[in-house]
Every structure is written in structure tokens, then in C-alpha cells.
Design a protein around this ligand. Structure first.
Ligand code: ADP
Ligand code: MG
Length: 242
């Protein structure tokens, strides 16, 4: 498993500074939760780590790759850094297994038998092996999100990024997705997760980062950060999230 080192990163959209000198370290097998108000730059930061957005200053070292404003080899980076979004976007007309094996086959040019084997193993890890032949739209939202996680795992990433993966789900379906993420964490996956689930962050994340106005406003071991927030901004955020 791999580490992530973000050093003094700035990201602009036009004149708008969305990441204003962000530095975060994630050690191998560490789980870091990122919290903060809407618009504070959480999603943009994940997209920069995955090379989906360019940065204008600083550097990001992730999975043995270095991202700078001059870019780098983003395509090979994306094979090693998985990202799961709120909207899981499975293909409804493909089976669960076909959804999962598509990228290994097309991007990594792995043959069908081997890809199926990798896909089944990924499905086992999210507890949905028996659904391999089902069509995606026959599954519940929680099951579809777990398939999306398996789809990402099938690329054998060194780092996994999660962007509010339970936010679109009915409350009764969030638990199974959180459990899947917790199991990945226990298996030693290096993870950065943006989440509204404060209880989950506190319980599962080694470290929590509070973002505000594009900056790392406060960070620390999760128990300390939630137990004794230092800044009024984090105090307000935590009390309004209860
Ligand atoms: P969060 O995930 O914390 O809600 P985002 O990273 O999505 O925040 O957005 C941070 C800021 O960047 C917001 O002001 C948002 O409007 C702006 N932003 C995000 N993506 C784009 C884009 N593609 N073009 C212009 N502005 C953007
Ligand atoms: Mg977001």
C-alpha cells in the first residue's frame, strides 16, 4: 500500500482559489477523513489527487507518482488511485460482473477469464458474490454502491478515494456501504474519504482533516479533533452536524 503526500497545493478555477496551499500526509494503510462545509474544496482535492484536475502550485506524491503543475503521467496514475463518487454510474444493461471487469479488460487489457476471476474476488470483498450475474438496475442503491467500490478494487489500486459515497443513499442503506469501507480499511487499504458521517469518521479514520475556505483549517487524530475542536469554525461545524 502506498502513501499520499500533498504539499502546499493551490488550485484555481479562473480567478477563484479553491485550494489555497493545502498540505496533507497520509501514511500507508492510514485512513484519513475529510470533513467541511459544501464548497470548501473537498471534492476538488480528491480530484487533484487522482489527476482529474490540474494543480497550479505545489506537488502531490501518490502511489509512486508525482503530480506537479506541469502534470506528469496521469493515465498510469489513475490506474493506481481508485475513486468512488456519490453517483455510482453503473451501466444498467451490463451485469454486475461485466460492470466490474470492463476497466480491467479495456484499460489493463486483461483477458476475460482472468478479469472474471479478479471481478469475482472484488465482489467477494464487498459481500456480493451471488449478484455477479444480476443486472445493475436490479440491485438496491446500497448494493450498487458496493458494486462501484468492487469495480474500483478490481483495478487493484494502491490508494482509494471516496467522495461522499453514502450521501445519495436512503439512511437504511448507508450502513452496508460504511461497513464495506470499514472492511477495506481493516484490510490495510490507504484511504481518503470525504464524508458527512461524523460517527464513521471518528470511529474508522486515524486522522480527520477539517477543510474551510480551501485550507486545512484543523487536523488531528479523529478522537481529538471531534472531542476537542480548537477553532470556532470546526466547533460550529461539528455542532451543526449532530
Ligand atoms: P466541496 O466538495 O467541499 O463541496 P468543491 O471542491 O466541489 O467543494 O468546490 C469548491 C469550490 O470550487 C466551489 O466554490 C465550487 O463552486 C468550485 N468549483 C468546483 N468545481 C468547479 C469547476 N469545474 N469550475 C468552476 N468552479 C468549480
Ligand atoms: Mg464535494
Amino acid at each position: 500500500m502506498s502513501s499520499v503526500h500533498i504539499r502546499d497545493v493551490k488550485k484555481y478555477f479562473g480567478a477563484l482559489c479553491v485550494l489555497d496551499g493545502v498540505s496533507i500526509n497520509v501514511e500507508p494503510s492510514e485512513v484519513v477523513a475529510v470533513i467541511g462545509r459544501s464548497g470548501s474544496g473537498k471534492s476538488t482535492m480528491l480530484r487533484c489527487i487522482n489527476g482529474l484536475e490540474r494543480i497550479q502550485q505545489g506537488r502531490i506524491e501518490v502511489a509512486g507518482h508525482t503530480i506537479t503543475p506541469e502534470a506528469g503521467d496521469l493515465r498510469s496514475l489513475r490506474k493506481e488511485v481508485g475513486i468512488v463518487f456519490q453517483s455510482y454510474n453503473l451501466f444498467p444493461h451490463l451485469t454486475v460482473l461485466e460492470n466490474i471487469t470492463l476497466a480491467p479488460r479495456v484499460v489493463k487489457r486483461i483477458g476475460r477469464d482472468e478479469a472474471d476471476e479478479i471481478g469475482r474476488e472484488a465482489l467477494r470483498r464487498v459481500g456480493l458474490e451471488e449478484k455477479s450475474g444480476a443486472y445493475a438496475d436490479e440491485l438496491s442503491g446500497g448494493q450498487q454502491q458496493r458494486v462501484a467500490i468492487a469495480r474500483s478494487m478490481a483495478m487493484k489500486p494502491k490508494v482509494m478515494l471516496f467522495d461522499e459515497v453514502t450521501s445519495a443513499l436512503d439512511p437504511e442503506l448507508t450502513g452496508e456501504v460504511l461497513k464495506t469501507m470499514e472492511e477495506l480499511a481493516e484490510a490495510g487499504m490507504t484511504m481518503i474519504l470525504v464524508t458527512h458521517e461524523m460517527g464513521f469518521a471518528r470511529q474508522v479514520a486515524n486522522k480527520t482533516v477539517f477543510m474551510h475556505l480551501g485550507k486545512v483549517w484543523e487536523e488531528g487524530p479523529s478522537a481529538e479533533l471531534f472531542g476537542a475542536p480548537r477553532t470556532p469554525e470546526l466547533q460550529n461545524f461539528v455542532s451543526s452536524s449532530l
